[in-house]
Design a protein around this ligand. Sequence first.
Ligand code: KIV
Ligand code: ZN
Length: 512
Amino acid sequence: MLEDTKKGMSLPRQVRIFDTTLRDGEQTPGVSLTVEEKVTIAHQLDKLGVDVIEAGFPISSKGEKKSVSKVVSEGLHAEICGLARVLPQDVDAAIECGVDIVHIFVSTSDIQREHTIKKSREEVIELTVSAVERIKNNGAKCLFSAMDATRTDLEYLRKVFKSAEEAGADIINIPDTVGVAIPPLMRYITGKIFKDVVIPIDVHCHNDFGLAVANSLAAVEAGAREIQVAVNGIGERAGNASLEQSVMALKAIYNVNTNIKTEYLYETSKLVERLTGVRMSPNMPVVGENAFSHESGIHTHGVLENTETFEPGVMTPEMVGHKRRIVSGKHAGVHGIQAQLEQLGVKASREQIYSITRRVKELGDKGKRITDADLLAIAETAIGEVGGDEKVLVLEEFAVMTGSKVIPTASVKLKFKDRELMGAETGVGPVDAALKAVRKVLSEVEDIRLTEYHLEAITGGGDALSEVLVKLEDSSGNIASGKAAREDIVIASIEAMISGINRIFLMRIEKK
Ligand code: KIV
Ligand code: ZN
């Protein structure tokens, strides 16, 4: 079916990747990169295999010019490009940086021409021609962009591009500056220009309606041979077409090559995320934390049988340097939990896996996402617990009272073998009161001392799971530890204590 839909397209074997992370990407509100950060990203882009790195807009500031010159001096494999308006001083600033390509742009739509640069259609063409000639006289490559092309009168747009080509431009770019194009429009404009010019066509799509990648791909279908993209899709407003999504769609769906070493996509995304401070949403395609994560029991079961059941298949996590994750939550099933435990190196019996799954679902129902650390704590508790018939002590009920004007008090009801034991105690806080109450109630039959107590919040946040570890000793010198993980530290403390007491009783039986 997919192959049938590709029949009318003029798909190339290869598309060039023009990366604008350091230029349009840096225009993301709130982002400002130092020279060192730009150089670090440039090296990563080079490792990734982009064909062109747009390093910045040299005329915009001294720092920017320095950054572009520094990126040029790094001797990278990719071609380095600098942005310029169609003005002599802009072109000269880019040339002075030593860039391989000068990317000139001018507004061609009536709305931008009349309200921003205030130039007539003819003046725009004159400025374009002289800027192209200035670049070519300086021996650099020239990329010409008709800014706001998708809102420009088509006949005029064709004339502008033709003039740029005749003046010597090496490549022309069709920008969808305000992201209003839809794929058929991109296909239409690109197709028209493709018939007019012999030089390659590049496109630059913004993501205001979430269509930047789709529009870039539509342009490729109609003859574009280069696409302008940014890592993580960052850029002005809602950003640019995302590099990783565009490249993977070309490779995996269209069967069109790029020079990108896709196994570096995830690490590149993480680096750009860290240096720009623009956080990726977990559901971001290709590089988002959930891009290859499975939670629901049905999906997890399917993926464990065959990954293609609930993944695209043509794109695997390995292809993009990412990882497949089985995530626990309220939709988790025993298969998923078992696989996740195996990934974490934990061995558990069937009974324990069922008990862990129950706990995970309980927490998931309360809206909690279970991290690997949480799962480990839950598993350790379940595995460390004395099971079934060997449990001599069971917590039946408990209550605690605390506040600024009351003495923290706890009451507990325990079942010891067939006996019911009840009692209450006060303490310096609710945990102290609860542990003292357990010990007091149990003292009717046993004297067990608490020798150590450790509390740790496993993950951040007010609803973090807390793990309590206790060490206990009985009057004969038997020592055992008990562990429990809960969102409530009082319950976790009581459960850890009871788990430890059961282990002491088990030790005694085993000694006999
Ligand atoms: O969005 C745009 O039109 C641009 C140009 C400079 C190509 O960023
Ligand atoms: Zn842009």
